[in-house]
Design a protein around this ligand. Structure first.
Ligand SMILES: [Zn+2]
Length: 724
């Protein structure tokens, strides 16, 4: 694995077989939002707020044409301050929202270091923001109770960056009908429009899928929708709170004249013949070829799986027709890292012989090695499987480089048709998700699992030794049919040692992955919960105490028992309608990406800059993102990112685990560098005779819940749980 990081390359395929609905004791689920899908407007109404458009704070001089003016823009790197009253979970999700901005837009955020104008995030009585840079020095943005969803935070920051709501566009009456008689009395002003001299739609068509669009229920006085879409199919599309839509991103990049996101490096789905500038590596003895089907499998690519027959391409190394010892190198174009850590994600279909290998290298370039030097990062081993498997590999590259996929025919003697196939490669300077839970045949699971019945992911163990599992109600908790309900539960074994209870400040994130081939276009749905060591259960126990104390004993697949604590999450995780949209389900399967991160450092106040002197930084940023030439010569230490500011390269420090440190070398102290895990996996499981659950996990620490056999295969059971 990557140098300096844990040398663990284990990967486990966990075959989760069925046990027929083992009765398990009821375990408390805590709903972070009362089990309701609370939109921003619901939250603010409940808080008694009556703001413009529901969540917009207007100042005295503000007219509604303000946002057209350049003076209302922020510099592309926005200074922020997190006030002490914010919930810890909210702070963690705010940092995740910033990471999405960095991945998908040219907007970056850095801790306030004395700039004249900055955004101060606090816990107000709802979720709200002003529109644009108001030049008031400290400009406040509220992330109140129940506002700690990533899409809500991204939405409020889009206001702060200069955007109104989508349905207030001047042309909105062409696309939606406002049902005035269904709007609560006194709330009609929320449906105002701005004419096209005052609000600029930046040449982007009306977007029903915008994160800035109201839902059909906004400000209704009864049960009938207040917004009726002219195209009926969009009636349930409006109001999405998952992620930026493509048009949201386009408008943002037009308003801020930007071309490049700071942490995105490359993406390829091999649909075009130029294969995204990837090349056949020098010195190899075989080639990867671009095909739409391969003898021995796969019969289709992954990008278009199940959508378009006869189209869709991937890269294939035919090991069956190669000679023993043949190697085929597929190399990315030249890439220029800025942060020093990367996540490589790809789908791999392995129909080669089990002896054949796929290795991931980086080819690094410097003065001593003008032609590059290969460094092995990971070996993808494991038996061939009849499916496209998702893999993550953590990289730690700090100089100009390429990613290299090396396939080698190792098998001696004849071999049946087959080979190695790659598709949907994404590379970004982000942290890899730690754990992957793949649920096969997910559409069928949603159709057949009864309301209020749960399925469980396998337990995953974080690098700090805490284990958790995701509890998913495929057809909702009682009262929420047609929805996915999702909770995170800590688990432990009797006699466990080494953990501190109650579990302090771990943020568990459950993401249903939008499997769009391009990482910047994904609208994944995620929710996070954080273990507050002081939180109590309804019976007065400490909620996040040792699950063997506060939870229930449940049977493990291997016949032993373990303990499952109460769950925290939401009954309204995602509607079936949305879960069936986009690429949440591909080839029938759903993929959940799970993480558990330590957020204890967020309990400490963000330092206030020693001085706030200095010239205002209110001029519009003068550069178009970053250029490799200038930033290429700058090495930002400690995961800093080089950005162009005032035509000069400067280091912006990573806003991650240690978000308040800054300076030229991005020095920090305190918590250890997050060691990202190489996560490989896939899995198969069965619920009843029909549900197949696939799980892959790479765990660098204890795998105490998994019984490893010689070939790293794990056989465990998953059981349905009637929980109330
Ligand atoms: Zn809003």
């Amino acid at each position: 694995m990557a140098g300096g990081r844990a040398a663990c390359l284990l990967y486990l395929c966990c075959f989760w077989a069925t046990t027929l609905s083992l009765p398990t004791p009821a375990i408390e689920d805590h709903d972070v939002d009362g089990g309701r899908d609370l939109d921003i407007f619901d939250i603010n109404e409940a808080a008694g707020l009556n703001l413009a458009e529901g969540d917009i704070v207007l100042d005295e001089k503000q007219t509604r044409n303000s946002i057209i003016g350049e003076e209302y823009r922020w510099p592309r790197t926005v200074p922020y301050y997190m006030e002490d009253d914010l919930e810890i979970n909210a702070k963690g999700v705010i940092l995740k929202a910033f990471e999405q901005y960095r991945l998908k837009t040219c907007i970056d955020f850095q801790p306030w270091s004395g700039e004249q104008n900055y955004i101060s995030i606090f816990k107000g009585s709802g979720c709200f923001s002003s529109v644009g840079n108001r030049h008031v020095g400290k400009q406040r943005l509220s992330i109140g109770t129940n506002c700690d969803r990533i899409a809500t935070i991204e939405h409020e920051f889009l206001h702060a960056l200069g955007f109104w709501h989508e349905q207030s566009r001047s042309d909105r009456d062409d696309y939606v009908e406002i049902m005035w008689d269904r709007i609560s009395e006194g709330r009609e002003h929320n449906f105002n429009t701005y004419n096209d001299t005052t609000s600029n739609s930046l040449g982007v068509p009306y977007d029903y899928g915008s994160m800035m669009h109201y839902s059909k229920t906004a400000f209704r006085n009864g049960t009938e929708p207040t917004i009726v879409t002219k195209i009926a199919a969009f009636s349930d599309v409006i109001g999405q709170r998952m992620e930026f839509s493509d048009s949201d991103l386009l408008k943002l990049s037009r308003l801020y004249n930007c071309t490049k996101a700071s942490t995105f490096l490359d993406s390829c789905d091999f649909e075009r013949e130029n294969i995204c500038g990837m090349i056949q590596g020098p010195g190899d003895t075989a080639d990867w070829t671009r095909v739409s089907a391969a003898a021995g499998g796969p019969t289709t690519d992954y990008s278009n799986l199940g959508k378009c027959t006869g189209s869709g391409f991937f890269m294939h190394f035919d090991t069956a027709s190669s000679k023993t010892g043949d190697r085929a190198l597929l190399e990315s174009r030249l890439l220029y890292p800025k942060r020093g850590f990367q996540c490589l994600q790809f789908f791999f279909y392995n129909s080669a012989s089990s002896e054949d290998t796929l290795k991931i290298y980086v080819r690094e370039y410097d003065k001593e090695h003008p032609n590059g030097q290969l460094r092995l990062v990971a070996t993808i081993d494991g038996p061939p499987q009849d499916l496209w498997q998702l893999h993550h590999v953590s990289l730690d590259v700090k100089k100009k480089f390429r990613v290299v996929f090396e396939g080698t025919r190792e098998r001696v003697g004849a071999t049946p048709a087959g080979g190695m196939s790659l598709d949907d490669i994404n590379l970004s300077e982000t942290t890899c998700p730690e754990f992957v839970w793949r649920v096969q045949n997910f559409s069928h699971v949603m159709d057949t699992v009864a309301e209020d019945k749960a399925i469980f992911s396998p337990p995953f163990t974080s690098k700090e030794g805490y284990s958790f599992q995701m509890k998913l109600y495929p057809n909702g908790k009682a009262g929420n049919p047609g929805e996915l309900s999702a909770y995170a539960n800590l688990v432990s074994r009797p006699g466990d040692t080494g953990q501190k209870w109650p579990c302090p400040w771990k943020q568990m994130t459950m993401m249903l992955m939008d499997q769009n081939p391009h990482i910047q276009k994904r609208m994944s749905n995620q929710r996070s919960v954080t273990t507050d060591p002081n939180k109590k259960t309804t019976s007065g126990q400490l909620f996040w105490d040792d699950p063997c104390k506060v939870g229930k004993e449940v049977p493990a697949p291997d016949g032993t028992k373990y303990c499952r604590g109460p769950g925290s999450g939401t009954a309204a995780y995602l509607t079936h309608l949305r879960a069936r949209s986009r690429d949440f389900i591909k080839g029938g399967d759903a993929i959940f990406l799970l993480t558990m991160e330590d957020v204890a450092h967020l309990t400490v106040s963000q330092p206030i800059p020693p001085t706030t002197a200095g010239p205002p930084t209110t001029t519009a940023a003068t550069t178009n993102g970053t250029t490799p030439d200038l930033c290429g010569s700058v090495l930002c230490l400690n995961q800093g990112v080089c950005v162009m500011e005032e035509a000069a390269p400067v280091c912006r420090c990573a806003v991650g685990d240690d978000w308040w440190y800054y300076g030229d070398s991005c020095q920090y102290e305190g918590s250890q560098q997050a060691s990202t895990n190489l996560v490989l996996a896939s899995s198969l499981g069965v619920l009843g005779a029909m549900l197949v659950v696939t799980v892959v996990s790479v765990v660098c620490v204890r795998k105490k819940y998994k019984k490893k056999s010689d070939n790293n295969m794990v056989l465990e059971n998953v059981n349905a749980d009637k929980a109330t």
